[in-house]
Design a protein around this ligand. Structure first.
Ligand SMILES: [Zn+2]
Length: 298
């Protein structure tokens, strides 16, 4: 995709306000895009109503605006894309890449502990269910095609046997579309050329690349940024009670995110307005300066 114009994206879930870790990821993907004269799109991953918080989507947008992280085009909402995900599910089924599964989480764990390591990755339902058995989920077949991932920050990864991914869920027991399915369908639809996201999502990359192969979609490039952790080594998140980013102090927040990303901004920038900081950051963005390891944020 050498000649394709750069298109990046930030794709938060509206499960709570942005915290420092998510602002840093937003900024990393923004700077990667803008430094290559690329577009930066915003996708709201609002596919999981039980986990969502009323008002969180708008709150995230206001926080990004307060930091002058302006996106291109309208905000893209996954909740409006259900028919596209259904089409992808139908394609997988039609081409024999998916199968209905009746297993509970507990049954899967038992299967994996009692079977040989080779078979442990394959779901017992993949050969078909007897008539009249109620299905819970839809799973995708993993196979033996190696999965190649060349991460911009972490370098080329060992070819990953798709078998190791296991037969994974594309439609959940509650009927909702699974995250991997929606993400790859939308990355292709939005023409995303590079995915910059947190290293906590590294494990999502093999199943997503596997799905791209099955659905005949373009492979974007990947760049997994270090994640911000607390003193106990836990990722900053709603679950670990990370505080919401303060909208009143956009300059210092951006400055701190730049430091986290290893960009070594001049300390005088800390007190400048957001546009000045972002202009400097776009001009000086260097992915090689990013420390690959997760870092503690007090
Ligand atoms: Zn099963």
């Amino acid at each position: 995709m050498k000649n394709t114009p750069y298109r990046g994206r930030f794709a938060p879930s509206p499960t709570g306000p942005l915290h420092f870790g998510s602002l840093m990821t937003a900024m990393g993907s923004y700077l990667a895009a803008r430094s290559q004269n690329g577009q930066w799109l915003l996708r709201m991953e609002d596919l999981d109503p039980p986990r969502e918080i009323a008002g969180a989507a708008d709150d995230i947008l206001h926080t990004l605006e307060a930091h002058h992280l302006h996106w291109d085009g309208p905000v893209f909402y996954q909740s409006q894309r259900l028919s596209a995900y259904d089409d992808a599910l139908a394609q997988l089924a039609r081409e024999g890449h998916s199968f209905p599964c009746r297993c509970t989480r507990k049954a899967i764990a038992e299967q994996r502990s009692t079977r040989s390591s080779q078979a442990a990755h394959f779901d017992a339902c993949r050969e078909g269910l007897p008539e009249g058995i109620a299905t819970r989920t839809v799973r995708v077949r993993s196979g033996d095609t190696p999965i190649h991932i060349d991460d911009i920050l972490h370098g080329p990864q060992e070819p990953y046997p798709s078998r190791e991914v296991g037969d994974f869920i594309v439609r959940r027991a509650d009927g909702l579309h699974a995250y991997h399915l929606a993400a790859v369908v939308d990355d292709a639809h939005q023409g995303i050329t590079e995915i910059v996201r947190g290293a906590d999502l590294l494990d999502c990359t093999p199943p997503q690349v596997h799905l791209q192969q099955l659905l005949g979609l373009q492979h974007p490039r990947y760049c997994h940024l270090p994640i911000a952790v607390n003193s106990r080594g836990e990722k900053l998140s709603k679950q670990t009670h990370a505080p919401a980013i303060a909208r009143q102090t956009p300059g210092p927040n951006l400055y701190q995110a730049l430091c986290f990303l290893g960009q070594m901004p001049n300390p005088a920038l800390a007190n400048e307005p957001p546009d000045t900081i972002l202009r400097w950051a776009v001009a000086h963005w260097n992915v090689n300066n990013i420390n690959k390891h997760n870092q503690v944020v007090a």
